[in-house]
Design a protein around this ligand. Structure first.
Ligand code: ADP
Length: 479
């Protein structure tokens, strides 16, 4: 089976979040399982890890609104890169300090067309193309159009994975002229979305199968609460929508072998963890009272992640003498809120306001409790990594969190975290209080940690689910 993955980011080349981890690991694991899998990425020349990338010599050009756009095809191992000059030669991936790049419709639609073109130029015909998120969601539509008069593209199956329905690639109606698609598609049954063009909707309509990254989220997105206006179209395609949980890369995320942490540790010997905790607290100059837990937040500082709820409970946490270490970047207002607390309470709240892989590893190994009050969470890697490292999530019972964290039951002494349903500061505070109460019961806390650390979040299960789904999609095309 020959599979092509198309994505806007992937480790080890470029990463803004979980999508990169998932795509990079999926590529490697598929190949390890004997599937001939390849990847296409944009060549973000300023922010990419460039080691070993070579030029294939293949070129693509097209004229959009009188202007010529050119793409060169580069390659490193099983990854191809579309080098499109200034379209991707920027300081950021999707945007900069002033927001998303205004021509993202052009950048990613060009990328999708270039991918289709280069497949034929390479004489590389995959059995299936696996698209990821809105940036690549026009591919099934272009493929359908091309296959009408070019047999090369006929019968290629497509799967679209929605990693986060909150991001759909919605652009003003006029941008349709830059997409090279039939204007008759601009209607509510097509790619129109309340008077705008919606890239993700194109993928939902034209891909053979749609997956999202947890079972719970696959159900949630067909409801008005979580559907971001696409619940209707997802409901129509319900038979083609599946939930496949992301795995975590066990070669990167394992306290036993992690090369970023000062001392390795395991479920049977947690001494290394105590040392990591001690050293990180000292490095961040955070005071943690004896017998008190270290709280952390790791991830995008965004309202999706419920950072506003954390800001609301911080006065209580400060009043009770608790401490918090934050790693993340994101929405300016929320960052400002955390920075204000950290200057009002020096030595109690520390924020590392950048993207740092080493610090993330150190923080997972040092935290006792990870806060994750997400408004919605398609899968969430943070809670899975945290559990592997013995950090206990206090998290909202939604999406992938519901599928991976079991709420602690004080009577049966079962569970791996402290969950709350209601998306409110008071509910977050209530489960945080539950966690703090159990934290002092050391034996119980250790049993929660041990259960979490023993959980298997590797790609093993998810990989076989993806391969099964690929087979079904390919067989559906052959028939
Ligand atoms: P998202 O919705 O952002 O994809 P996930 O929980 O699925 O959230 O994945 C986030 C991933 O990015 C995790 O691997 C997390 O450790 C990592 N991460 C998030 N923010 C940072 C940061 N500032 N520095 C380093 N790693 C980060």
């Amino acid at each position: 089976m020959k599979v092509l993955i198309v994505s806007s980011e992937a480790v080890p080349y470029c990463k803004t979040g979980g999508l990169a981890d998932v795509v990079g690991t999926l590529l490697r694991e598929l190949n390890a399982a004997g599937i001939d899998a390849w990847l296409f990425l944009p060549y973000y020349s300023k922010v990419i890890n460039k080691t070993g990338i070579v030029d294939t010599g293949l070129r693509y050009a097209e004229t959009i609104k009188g202007k010529v756009f050119k793409g060169a095809l580069l390659r490193h191992k099983k990854t191809y890169f579309v080098d499109a000059g200034y379209l991707f030669d920027r300081d950021g991936i999707y945007g900069d300090d002033s927001g998303d790049y205004r021509d993202n419709h052009l950048r990613y639609s060009f990328f999708c067309r270039a991918v289709i073109y280069f497949l034929k130029a390479l004489n590389f015909r995959p059995d299936l193309i696996h698209l990821n998120d809105w940036q690549t969601a026009l591919v099934p539509l272009y493929l359908r159009d091309r296959s009408l008069n070019d047999a090369f593209y006929r019968g290629i199956a497509t799967v679209l994975t929605i990693h986060n329905l909150g991001y759909q690639g919605v652009f003003p109606a006029e941008t349709i002229i830059t997409l090279g698609v039939d204007r008759s598609l601009f209607n509510p049954e097509g790619i129109e979305y309340y008077g705008n063009v919606n890239f993700l909707k194109a993928g939902i309509l034209f891909a053979d199968f749609i997956t999202t990254v947890s079972r719970r989220y696959a159900d949630e997105i067909t409801t008005a609460e979580y559907g971001f206006g696409l619940d209707g179209v997802l409901k129509k395609r319900k038979g083609a929508v599946f939930g496949i949980l992301n795995g975590i890369d066990s070669s990167t995320w394992s306290p036993e072998h992690d090369r970023f942490i000062l001392r390795n540790y395991s479920v049977g010997d947690l001494r290394g963890r105590a040392y990591c905790r001690f050293r990180l607290i000292r490095e961040c100059k955070v005071e943690v009272r004896g017998g008190y837990p270290v709280f952390s937040f790791i991830g995008r500082i965004a309202s999706q992640k419920g950072v506003d709820l954390i800001l609301k409970i911080l006065p209580w946490m400060m009043d009770k003498g608790l401490s918090l270490i934050v790693l993340g970047t994101g929405e300016a207002e929320l960052e400002k809120g955390i920075k204000k607390f950290s200057s009002d309470y020096p030595g109690r709240i520390y924020i590392k306001n950048n993207f740092s892989e080493p610090f993330a590893h150190a923080l997972y190994a040092a935290s006792d409790i990870v806060l994750m009050p997400s408004r919605y969470e398609p899968c969430g890697l943070v809670q899975m990594i945290a559990l592997r490292y013995g950090a206990i999530p206090v998290a909202r019972n939604t999406g992938g969190i519901s599928d991976t964290v079991e709420d602690y039951d004080v009577f049966d002494d079962t569970g791996t975290g402290f969950l709350f349903d209601d998306c409110s500061a008071s509910s977050l505070l209530e489960s945080l209080k539950r966690a703090v109460t159990v934290y002092v019961m050391r034996k119980r806390w250790h049993s929660i940690m041990r259960r979490g650390m023993k959980m298997d979040f590797s790609w093993k299960h998810s990989l076989s689910e993806y391969i099964d789904l690929y087979r079904r999609a390919i067989e559906g095309k052959v028939r």
